[in-house]
Design a protein around this ligand. Structure first.
Ligand code: SAM
Length: 240
């Protein structure tokens, strides 16, 4: 799986992505290439942006420079069809289901904006001709798309077979079955006078599974009524 990040700040990568399981599998199960937008500048000052038509604060990344950067990134895939993503606060708000759709054996290209964003024409061109998708990591504005890109990469890679030690972990986690995860405990069995729930010490796997499902439901209902409502809609046939 080749992931290419198109950015003005190549030195930010791989950064946090070199740690833990992702880092260990970098170079084998997944690869990362970085395309520096500035390398495609059309002037001797290496400028990549200009003032917005119509006035207003800030600068806008120029369409020709972003287009050339994306075209170069796409050429790294030798004719295959990676998913192309533009990180933007205007996009669909990212979640686990979107991550599963973005994961693509043919790879992913992620475009990171900066300043006031990117000239709309290049976004429209790549939407029409290469199915570019716009993804937001939440309803707030960051300075650039690099941290959102890292969030997307880390989330997507968890769905690649072989990245996690135990593939059941992904299936068990929050959101996997439209519920938040049940509480987790480890040794010691008693800490500060508080015991681990006795069912977890029983060795009865059926009872443990039932207890965990019930906990997931109660926690989701209490903490995320929006998710709980969705869960009830999707699972109405088994009474929630
Ligand atoms: N003027 C833009 C607006 O109001 O929507 C914000 C531009 S922001 C300062 C610069 C870049 O950061 C964006 O082009 C985008 O790539 C990235 N960015 C900022 N917030 C983001 C978010 N919540 N999700 C994804 N990308 C984001």
């Amino acid at each position: 799986m080749l992931i290419t990040v198109v950015t003005l700040f190549p030195e930010m990568f791989p950064g946090p992505l070199t740690y833990s399981l992702l880092g260990k599998k970098l170079g084998t199960l997944w690869n990362l290439k970085i395309v520096n937008i500035r390398d495609f500048s059309d002037n001797i000052w290496h400028k990549v942006d200009d003032t917005p038509y119509g006035g207003g604060a800030g600068m806008v990344l120029k369409p020709n420079i972003v287009h050339d950067s994306l075209s170069y990134a796409l050429s790294l895939y030798n004719g295959s069809n990676p998913t192309i993503v533009y990180m933007t606060p205007r996009g669909q708000v990212f979640n686990s289901n979107i991550a599963k759709k973005i994961v693509n054996n043919e790879g992913i290209i992620i475009l990171c904006g900066r300043y006031e964003g990117i000239d709309q024409r290049v976004i429209d061109f790549w939407k029409t001709n290469h199915n570019l998708v716009e993804i937001s990591i939440g309803d707030y504005v960051l300075f650039g798309g690099e941290i959102p890109a890292m969030v997307l990469i880390e989330t997507c890679l968890r769905f690649i077979p072989g990245i996690m030690h135990n593939s059941e972990s992904v299936m068990d986690e929050s959101f996997a079955i439209d519920l938040l995860e049940y509480p987790q405990y480890t040794k010691p069995a008693i800490w500060c006078g508080n015991s681990v729930p006795s069912v977890l010490l029983s060795g009865n796997h059926l009872e443990i599974a039932k207890w965990r499902t019930e906990q997931s439901k109660q926690i989701t209902k209490a903490l995320r009524p929006d998710l709980w409502k969705k869960y009830l809609e999707l699972h109405s046939d088994n009474g929630g």
